[in-house]
Design a protein around this ligand. Structure first.
Ligand code: UDP
Length: 382
């Protein structure tokens, strides 16, 4: 073995694939019994519907290199993501666009009038100095829209004062003064044509890659544990950075999701793949309905049943799967302490959403893995 990759998510698989292609013998371990981390999906046998087991994942990128890279392993459909939000008994399109604005204010504004109205509402916060989620959101959309579409959803998703959350979280959602209601603004978008599983299997199928599932690197009883491998072989670690160091500086804040999957006896439950619930009277943040991700497979889907998943969010305890870094100012200070420990950890490179404590999308995890590989530090450590 020339390289040990801990975690078979997109960051780990990308580094493993690049290293194997360059001639290294790579072992990939993952605690779970499948590849792909939280992007994993599998087909529900009863309905023939591919279910994203950890919530909806849609691939999108504007990075030419990432787009070229991922298509070595899978083709992508032409799926374009659209999201709706239910607020006060009415359904609105997201991200906030001219359609949302006119529906919400009961107007027939054109782009300039809409811009002027939102600017008037947003004037209470200076966009240049907006330092947290609440200020950033109000500076972009004004308080009435913030209170309708962001405050309740964000309270359910993060259970953290929105003034403690990074502004970057809300910058994920564009505001558009056109009727373009595409959720993502990236150049390229789609779903893996044969499903996420075959994509990840194609990445891991290199003859120099040995995948061991169900292996917990942090369990000292395992032969491929941290205790056994550290200092013996270069390691790329993509698990939670605080867990690697046994929470030496205290735990970082993570959110986990409770995902409740149900097969309903109707063909179509909500008419779209993702419905957000903006208000606090509904406990879940959103409902996923997976058949809508693959209209091209309708002949393979059950016609009398559908698969839905209700998503609720809560603080991750020590035994929960971490999904989202909370990144309050307190967490970010602690992260600097972990980064200092990580920099001193010989031959170990930290990456991915959990290893870097960054809210990375799939394409960002791949881009950052390609950069790590290109930097040469992984091979130099050999
Ligand atoms: N958000 C919101 N209302 C919505 C959807 C999103 O306020 O209906 C905010 C919320 O704070 C959320 C953030 O925007 O955490 C990012 O949302 P996104 O859909 O990008 O999150 P993901 O799909 O990664 O969970």
């Amino acid at each position: 073995m020339d390289l040990l990759v801990v975690g078979a998510g997109l960051f780990g698989l990308t580094v493993a694939e690049r290293a194997a292609e360059a001639g290294l013998r790579v072992t990939v371990v993952d605690r779970r019994d499948h590849l792909g981390g939280n992007a994993w999906s599998s087909v529900d046998e009863a309905t023939g519907i591919e279910v994203h087991r950890y919530g909806s994942h849609i691939f999108h990128t504007s990075n030419e290199r990432v787009w070229r890279y991922v298509r070595r392993f899978t083709a992508f459909t032409d799926y374009r993501h659209h999201v709706f939000s239910t607020h006060a008994g009415t359904v609105y399109p997201l991200p906030i666009n001219l359609g949302t604005l006119n529906q919400f204010f009961g107007t027939a504004m054109g782009p300039d009038a809409a811009r002027a109205l939102v600017a008037e509402h947003a004037a209470e916060v200076d966009a240049a100095t907006a330092a947290n989620l609440e200020e950033k959101a109000v500076s972009l959309i004004g308080r009435p829209l913030y209170e309708a579409f962001v405050r309740g959803y964000t309270a359910k998703q993060w259970q953290t004062d929105p003034r403690e959350l990074p502004a970057s979280v809300i910058s994920r959602l564009p505001v558009r003064y056109t009727y373009d209601a595409r959720y993502f603004s990236d150049t390229y978008e789609g779903l893996p044509a044969d499903g996420y599983g075959p994509w990840f299997e194609a990445m891991a199928s290199h003859p120099r890659i040995d995948v061991r599932l169900g292996v917990d690197f942090l369990d000292p009883a395992q032969p491929l544990s941290k205790a056994a491998a550290r200092g013996q072989v270069p390691i790329v670690y993509t698990g939670p950075v605080d867990r690697y160091f046994d929470h030496h500086h205290g735990p970082l804040g993570w959110r986990t999701l409770d995902l409740e999957t149900e097969v309903l006896p109707v063909r179509d439950f909500q008419g779209t793949s993702v419905m957000n619930y903006a208000d606090l009277d509904v406990p879940w943040t959103r409902v996923h309905e997976f058949r809508h991700f693959h209209p091209e497979r309708e002949d393979r889907h059950a016609q009398d049943r559908t698969v839905v998943m209700r998503e609720t969010s809560r603080a991750a305890g020590p035994d929960d799967e971490p999904y989202y870094p909370v990144a309050t100012p307190h967490d970010r200070a602690r992260l600097q302490e972990y980064r200092a420990l990580a920099a001193d950890e010989p031959g170990v490179h930290f990456g991915g959403r959990l290893g870097s404590y960054l809210y990375l999308d799939m394409h960002m995890a791949i881009a950052s893995a390609l950069s790590l590989w290109d930097s040469g530090v992984v091979v130099d450590a050999r």
